[in-house]
Ligand binder design. Structure first.
Ligand code: ADP
Ligand code: MG
Ligand code: MG
Length: 208
């Protein structure tokens, strides 16, 4: 992944979030406070603007800037969580204009660790982690097996979608949805859904 592709990833995520904002908000209305689409759309619109205003010279700085922007522009839980994930991922990368798939694996792992540390959620708690963790595992396995970015990102996107769908029968144990207890069962988690959009965007821009 080079700087241009990293920027494209953020841009494609912003487009997917904008197109999916109503759906994300509907999912959040069912088990939260109905602002997830609005929150992320505001955040990623600001990310695109920030990256247009100043072009960071390394992949790591692109992701870190995106993360910092989300942290400062999104009020809900998802802003600090996605923000810290992207910032940690960006900081974990070597400060070079292009990074290898295995370096991206390590960076995304640092991002997931940051989410877990900040939010205290584990797999199965019905959060963004339930899409992020299986996507990262699939990405890592594909890279370990010798796949390039395009193939690994496609595997990650499929795993993220499956992970998001698998949140439907889960009972939420973190975030606002946890206040609903049993009534959170039967609904797909909004954050897991937006995480799957991010991995789908990565796959989309990585196909050559
Ligand atoms: P808020 O709940 O503050 O309104 P959003 O609606 O933007 O924030 O985001 C809600 C999503 O954030 C949830 O669907 C869930 O995936 C994710 N989330 C909430 N709390 C946590 C947490 N502690 N750890 C990981 N993800 C979380
Ligand atoms: Mg919400
Ligand atoms: Mg909110």
């Amino acid at each position: 992944m080079d700087v241009a592709l990293a920027r494209e990833w953020m841009r494609a995520t912003a487009a997917a979030v904008a197109a999916g904002a109503d759906r994300l908000t509907r999912l959040d209305a069912a088990i939260g406070d109905g602002d997830h689409g609005v929150n992320l759309n505001r955040g990623f619109t600001a990310v695109v603007a920030a990256l247009d205003q100043e072009a960071p010279p390394t992949v790591g700085e692109v992701l870190a800037k995106a993360g910092s922007t989300l942290m400062s522009r999104v009020g809900g839980a998802s802003g600090p969580l996605y923000g810290s994930a992207l910032r940690a991922a960006g900081r974990a990368l070597p400060q070079t204009s292009a990074v290898r798939p295995d370096e991206l694996v390590a960076a995304l792992r640092a991002g997931l660790d940051a989410v877990r540390k900040l939010g205290g959620a584990a797999p199965g708690d019905k959060t963004m982690i339930d899409a992020y963790a299986p996507a990262l595992d699939a990405f890592e396995q594909a890279v370990a097996a010798g796949a390039g970015l395009a193939q690994a990102a496609a595997a990650a996107a499929r795993a993220a979608t499956a992970g998001a769908e698998a949140t439907v029968p889960m009972r939420a144990r973190k975030g606002r949805a946890s206040y609903l207890g049993e009534r959170s069962v039967g609904h797909q988690d909004p954050g897991a859904t937006s995480a799957s959009l991010m991995f789908q965007a990565l796959s989309d821009v990585s196909q050559v």
